[in-house]
Ligand binder design. Structure first.
Ligand code: PLP
Length: 460
């Protein structure tokens, strides 16, 4: 056995790199580990704003916010200070029977800022766990109310809600799901309003309205056995950044009311300004029965998620203990004070810097600088919702033909990006930008240039 950088029996051993040490002991998420036989693993020494820096001093623009979590840059001084200060007071305490100021203050603010009617916050530590809570609470609500037949969920094709078994069950990305099918809950899938699929000439709105007919029909047919519909409002992020019009959410809210079915809005990826408004549901003027938040909740600093719900749902669980109606769900780190402090600092930045206003300029700049892709022979669509812009690589434009997935064109863009100073991590053949909000217009231009060259290389 080699000792890292040490002397073994007087023979000087070469020092192992961090990448070598890593590959002996770490198993990475969402990765075929064999890829790292040829794809270098990059060890990051520090982050600053939108920049990540590796141990050779090479810098990368974090164009995907480190998997959609980071909002105000790495090593943000205000969030750093809030966590450091909280750590001096209280790092963690059980949230059953005990409470603390950060979790109370955060809940007050979330209730105030989220769509009307959401009045209770239940915390967890990952997005998937927040989705599990929404599913269990909805099911349990109907049980407590005596509607014993409501035991299933409706979700959209191409949707993604996380990787734990319940969350995976209501998702529809085959790559993540197919293998585990025998383990999953039985769910019904409804056609996604994904506007990439619209007829030539149709607007997003027309397409979203037309596709809603399928949801209406499924609700009519199955409402008696359905607890809830779960959707990602406006953008199906993991499902290749496919987008749709807010009118779909409006129609869905109306139909859920009509058929006595809950609406779960999974804003884990799209919440906190990604779609241009603080929450995507605002653009449809609707309130869901459950709102799941995660990722950007702490500015991308610490694992924290929350499922907000209504007085009506809360009341269905509120009873004498012996009635056995309580929601007895828990996670060890529920409402962790350090995470809550990071979240409070994040919300302060939103207010103090008028971020949603400022982002309008950034998203307009993204649109402007990416105009050039519209005529690219291998870009089938340039689509954007707020601070998310996606470029769909295609083999041919008319009629649209996709590359064989085995060719892994997106991976070529990824490699090109790394070699040239950008962390772009395409979803299949979809290259996208979902940067921290502290990115500058000049940095957006740099990203667009790198994407342009990378796409040219990958498609030639
Ligand atoms: C990332 C994501 C999740 C899962 O969150 P984790 O923190 O990764 O468990 C759920 N839903 C959506 C829409 C997501 O993008």
């Amino acid at each position: 056995m080699l000792l890292a950088g040490g002397c073994l029996y007087g023979v000087r051993m070469p020092e192992k790199t961090l990448a070598q040490r890593d590959l002996e002991v770490v198993w990475h998420p969402c990765t075929q580990m064999q890829d790292h036989e040829t794809l270098p693993l990059i060890a990051i020494r520090r982050g600053q704003g939108v920049w990540l820096e590796d141990y050779d001093g090479k810098r990368y623009i974090d164009a995907i916010s480190s998997w959609w979590v980071n909002l105000f840059g790495h090593a943000n001084p205000r969030i750093n200070a809030a966590i450091a200060s909280q750590a001096q007071e209280l790092e963690h305490v059980i949230l059953a029977g005990f409470t603390h100021e950060p979790v109370i203050a955060l809940s007050e603010r979330l209730v105030r800022m989220t769509p009307a009617g959401l009045s209770r916050c239940f915390y967890a530590d990952s997005g998937s766990a927040a989705v599990e809570i929404a599913l269990k609470m909805s099911f349990h609500y109907w049980q407590n109310r005596g509607c014993k037949s409501k035991v299933q969920f409706l979700s959209l094709t191409n949707s993604y809600h996380g990787e734990t078994l319940g969350a995976l069950s209501v998702g529809d990305v085959a790559l993540y799901k197919e293998t585990y099918e025998p383990l999953l809950l039985k769910c019904r899938t409804v056609t996604s309003p994904d506007c990439y699929q619209r007829e030539p000439g149709a607007t997003w709105e027309e397409h979203s309205v037309r596709v809603f007919a399928h949801m209406e029909q499924m609700l009519e047919q199955y409402h008696e056995s359905t607890c809830a519909v779960i959707v990602e409002p406006l953008v199906q992020c993991a499902g290749h950044m496919r987008m749709y019009h807010p009118v779909y959410l409006k129609l869905l809210r109306r139909a859920c009311d009509k058929y006595d079915v809950h609406l779960i809005a999974d804003e884990i990826a799209v919440g906190f300004g990604r779609t241009g408004s603080m929450f995507a549901c605002e653009q449809a003027g609707i309130s869901p029965d459950f709102l799941c938040l995660g990722k950007g909740l702490t500015g991308g600093y610490l694992p924290l998620s929350v499922c907000l719900t209504t007085d009506d749902v809360y009341a269905a669980f509120y009873a004498d203990y012996v009635a056995l109606k309580a929601f007895l769900h828990s996670h060890s780190f529920t409402g962790n004070p350090l995470s809550c402090a990071a979240a409070l600092a994040t919300l302060d930045i939103f207010e103090q810097d008028r971020v949603i206003e400022q982002n309008k300029r950034l998203s307009a700049h993204m649109a402007h600088t990416c105009k050039r892709f519209k005529d690219h022979p291998h870009i089938g669509e340039v689509r954007q919702t707020g601070m998310i812009l996606a470029l769909e690589m295609v083999a041919a434009r008319t009629p649209r033909a996709h590359f064989a997935w085995q060719e892994r064109r997106g991976l070529q863009v990824y490699r090109y990006g790394l070699a040239n100073g950008a962390l772009l991590r395409p979803l299949g053949d979809v290259v996208y930008f979902m940067p921290p909000y502290v990115i500058t217009p000049e940095e957006i231009d740099v990203l667009a240039d790198i994407a342009w060259e990378g796409i040219n290389k990958a498609t030639s």
